[in-house]
Each structure stands twice: as structure tokens, then as C-alpha cells.
Design a protein around this ligand. Sequence first.
Ligand SMILES: *[C@@H]1O[C@H](CO)[C@@H](O)[C@H](O)[C@H]1NC(C)=O
Ligand SMILES: *[C@@H]1O[C@H](CO)[C@@H](O)[C@H](O)[C@H]1NC(C)=O
Length: 255
Amino acid sequence: MASLRSIIPVMAALSGVIAASNVSCPSDLPLSCHNTTAVANTCCFIPAGQILQTQFWDTDPAAGPSDSWTIHGLWPDYCDGTYPQFCDSSREYTNIKSLVSKFLGASTLSYIETYWVSDDGDDESFWEHEFSKHGTCISTLNPSCYSNYQTGEEVGDYVKTLVSLFKTLPTYDWLKAAGITPSTSKTYTSSAIQAALEAQHGAKVTLGCSGKYLDEVWYHYNVKGSLQDGTFVAADPDGSKSSCPTTGVKYVPKN
Ligand SMILES: *[C@@H]1O[C@H](CO)[C@@H](O)[C@H](O)[C@H]1NC(C)=O
Ligand SMILES: *[C@@H]1O[C@H](CO)[C@@H](O)[C@H](O)[C@H]1NC(C)=O
């Protein structure tokens, strides 16, 4: 993840946007889900500390580029497969597009318009749903964690981390490198798909299917520090939610 954190300031400098907040955290906090005693500073430690970067492969209707998976969201799980949701009704923003534009700039907005797309065409409502349902439950994004907090600043941090992680998880390319490519005729085994992604990510992933059709992959992490500035460590799933058949998995083209 070092590369991610070095890319962000460069992007911010180029587009001249407001720098995201700087929650500085002590370095001796435990990795999330690995603490043995309660950690009081939840601005630097995420109790719902298994963080999932979830991705879609939408084919019916198709959404996003034909040679890329797309972003579903960034979700906090308690460390046992259960999860909090809709944690702060006062932060169910309805202007995410303008918040992204304000805090991250036009190039990030354009990026998510390509890669964080809804299959019903209403991208902004989808982004709002993801932040309201999941983003409000990530403790380090709480407004009280910020100095000189500006309304919606934490949405910028949520999207910044989401996009940064997504860019390190090129599911389409990883599957292709293992000979797993979209096809209307071929079928694959879950174990072959799992092995290809696990080898790259460094931990098991969760595969999602609708019937026999592969349409989701979830990558799981624990975090040392905050969502904003922490180090992400690949983790096996905290619960088993894979929904794909063992054999006969279809991975069909988007067009
Ligand atoms: C964050 O804090 C560190 C250490 O104080 C500083 O070097 C860095 O410039 C700060 N970054 C931002 C974006 O404010
Ligand atoms: C880890 O820290 C969280 C937050 O303080 C706490 O709720 C949880 O009980 C802790 N886990 C253990 C095993 O003490």
C-alpha cells in the first residue's frame, strides 16, 4: 500500500484540490480485528475492522468498461462476518458528486463516473447509498476525528481510499493472466477463480454468483491505523459468504 499513499499527494497537487484531512495516528496501535484489549481511540482504530473492497461484474444490464470490473463499495465488517449499517442518519448526504468534486477534484469524479457505476444508470444515488449504509459506520471517518472539519470531508476520504484500493485490485487482468476470460461457452471452477485471485491478493476472496453467473468479488483487509492513512493488510474473509457453485461457473462478456 505504500505506493497508494505516495500517489495521492501527487494527484492532489496536480489538480489543486483541498488536501484531505490529516488524522495522525500513533504507530503502536494493533491491526484491526487483532486487538486483545479494547482500544479507546477509534479515530485511529476501526472496531468494525474487516474492510471489504467489493467489486461487480455487471453483464445484464452491462455496466462499466468491457475489460474491467467495477466498484461496488468499501464496507466495514465486525470481525465475525456481521456488519453495522446506516450508522448516522445525519450524514446521509445527497450531494456526493459535489463533495467528490470539492475534496478530490475533477479527475477523481471522472474516474468514478467510469468505474463506480450503477446498473440502473443512477450513479449518484448508488454512491449515496454506499456511503450512507457503509461509510457512516467506519469510525475513523467520524467528523469528531477531524480538526477544522468541513461538512462532507469524510466522503472525500472514503472515496479516496476506495479508489486507491480498487486501483490495486485489477480483477479482470488477474483472471485473464490465469487464463480466465469472459466467454459465452466456457465454464470455470470456483477453485480456479479463487486460486487466481488469492495468488495476487495474498488472501482468500469472496466470490459472488447469481445462479451460476459470476458477478461479484470481495477483497478483505484489516487495517493498522485509520481508513484515511492506515496500512491495509490482506485478510481472509471473516465469514463465508461465497455464493458460487463448485463447478460450471459462467463468466460471460459484458456486451
Ligand atoms: C500530515 O502530517 C504530516 C506530519 O505532520 C505532514 O508531513 C504532512 O504534510 C501532512 N499531510 C497533509 C495532507 O496535511
Ligand atoms: C477491540 O477493540 C474494540 C474497540 O475498543 C472493542 O470493542 C473490542 O472488544 C476489542 N477486542 C478485544 C478482543 O478486546
